[in-house]
Ligand binder design. Structure first.
Ligand SMILES: Nc1nc2c(ncn2[C@@H]2O[C@H](COP(=O)(O)OP(=O)(O)OP(=O)(O)O)[C@@H](O)[C@H]2O)c(=O)[nH]1
Ligand SMILES: [Mg+2]
Length: 107
């Protein structure tokens, strides 16, 4: 039943179900990397140290390719101009790793 729910209307006689691309964004130490590892089903990315670069991981869940990008922490300052250039660039690079774009943002 779980498998049926996840697959939705996918016809198992046909091709693989479509890929899902997830971008994980959020504040410092909020569990982004742990969430990415949970989805990927393995300790793919290091936790316990701050993520400094966007990283991409892939797995297959019931025949469906799932691509996950973990990103460095966002600390939203009162003035958006104060977002560090490094974070700005890495977040954009993270989104670009999910070309043509993410289906889902997890924040
Ligand atoms: N209690 C509890 N601890 C968690 C949970 N998820 C992650 N942690 C812990 O919180 C700490 C930070 O987890 P990360 O997954 O590295 O968090 P992060 O958001 O990727 O951190 P940065 O990359 O530094 O922004 C680690 O010590 C994890 O073990 C959770 O659901 N519950
Ligand atoms: Mg992290």
């Amino acid at each position: 039943r779980l498998e049926q729910n996840i697959l939705g209307n996918w016809d198992p006689r046909g091709r693989h179900p479509p890929e899902r691309r997830l971008l994980i964004l959020g504040g410092p130490q909020s569990g982004k990397t742990s969430t990415a590892n949970s989805i990927l089903g393995d300790e793919v990315f290091d936790i316990g140290t701050e993520t400094t670069h966007s990283n991409v991981g892939q797995t297959e869940i019931y025949g469906r390719r799932v691509t996950v990008v973990d990103t460095p922490p966002w600390a939203i300052p009162s003035d958006p101009e104060d977002i560090p250039e490094r974070i700005r660039q890495e977040s954009q690079r993270g989104a670009a790793l999910l070309r043509p774009g993410p289906h889902t943002l997890l924040a």
